[in-house]
Design a protein around this ligand. Structure first.
Ligand code: 5RP
Length: 235
């Protein structure tokens, strides 16, 4: 473990370190986005450089692509890889059914496409992200910039009609400007408190014109590895 890590980084590193034990020579891997996933990419880079591990990585964001190249991982696009053996990614929340909220880092669209095109998805996290019911973390929804205010109004109308507890939404900002995703879209964060039926909400959100994708990952994650600040992990 690298020296001088904060307790939270120790937990993230521990989860990432355990996850790469599932990586085998020759695998095609989806590389997630975020601070926990970055530890996994660094661990893989070390295995490539020092142990001669041969892997092909499909990054889920430009940030991850830059880091993967930097640490020596061979990077290709999803269409070149076609199908992946395993995706390892972080999450913002996970529940007992392994449903997730993702997109805190703004990469939910590529993350969902890549994880869906994988035989298996492992989520790496710390214990603070475990919840009985999803929704305390604002749910990111990626929307196209054209008519985004109308799309947001339609989302709010839908939340009222579904009698969802929290109904406030915010446009994600980068300074004073809208945050723009790698795909050139905006993100509207939904402050819902609790999501009673994630599956239904995900389906309804994706039917609204202007919505590209939402951060609910249902039936996609196969395993969660929870890292602790003492370096121990729980699966
Ligand atoms: C990015 C994500 C990340 O996986 C999620 O935000 C967790 O990030 P971190 O590991 O930095 O806490 O979904 O879109």
């Amino acid at each position: 473990m690298p020296a001088e890590l904060s307790p939270i980084d120790k937990a993230k590193f521990a989860a990432a370190r355990r996850a790469v034990d599932f990586v085998e020579d020759g695998m095609k891997l989806g590389l997630g986005t975020g601070s926990t996933a970055a530890w996994m990419v660094r661990c893989l880079g070390e295995m490539v450089r020092e142990e001669g591990l041969r892997i092909t990585g499909v990054p889920t964001s430009s940030r991850t692509a830059d880091l993967a190249r930097q640490v020596g991982i061979r990077v290709v696009g999803l269409d070149e890889a076609k199908w992946l053996d395993l995706t390892i990614d972080g999450a913002d929340e996970f529940d007992p059914e392994l449903s997730l909220i993702k997109g805190g880092g703004g990469a939910l669209l590529q993350e969902k496409i890549v994880a869906t095109a994988s035989d298996q998805m492992i989520v790496i996290t710390d214990a603070a992200k475990e919840v009985a019911q999803l929704g305390a973390f604002p749910l990111p929804v990626e929307v196209v910039p054209f008519g985004w205010q109308t799309t947001r109004a339609l989302i709010e109308e839908m939340l009222v009609s579904m009698d969802v507890l929290g109904r406030s939404t915010t446009l994600r900002l980068n300074g004073s400007q809208p945050f723009v995703t790698d795909e050139g879209n905006y993100i509207v964060d939904l402050h819902l408190n609790r999501i009673a039926n994630p599956r239904q909400l995900s389906l309804v959100l994706n039917q609204i014109p202007g919505v590209v994708e939402n951060g609910l990952f249902i039936d996609i994650c196969d395993m969660v590895i929870i890292g602790g600040a003492d370096g121990k992990v729980e699966i």
